[in-house]
Design a protein around this ligand. Sequence first.
Ligand code: FES
Length: 168
Amino acid sequence: MTMTHTLPMAPTEDKRWRIVEATMRRNGFEPSGLIETLHSVQQAMGYLDEPALRWVAASLRVPLSKLYGVATFYHHFTLKPQGRHTCVVCLGTACYIKGSKQLLEQVEKKLGIHDGQTTADGEMSLLVARCIGACGLAPAAVVDGQVQGKSAATMLLERLDNVMARKV
Ligand code: FES
């Protein structure tokens, strides 16, 4: 039986939420699609944060506590790391082919950290995603929620410098 489902507003206007919404829709907005949905969030965003968990909880009508339970039980899931800024590099197929692995290596080298880690000064957290829905702009990265397409390493490293220098 198909019922119309009024979806709560996505946390932001970021188009990547549509990927997650499609996953929930494919599962009929049933709580049984919870784990797949959280995978989808992580693949698109690189991590799970509270606004995302709240949105999924409301959309699937599952208590938020259960989502935190699932997110912390499975080691696969990464909760939003503590850095003041975040850089997510996409390692999905389209981006990989266009050299995102090398891009990630350059960022790792610059920051001195690996995927899932935060710099010692707490400025920047680094994560990877598995397709942020911008394959046409491969290789893609997201810095503080803003997608940067066709990311040449120099451009991305410069962007990171700018973001970290901003004292806001
Ligand atoms: S694979 Fe990177 S945006 Fe799709």
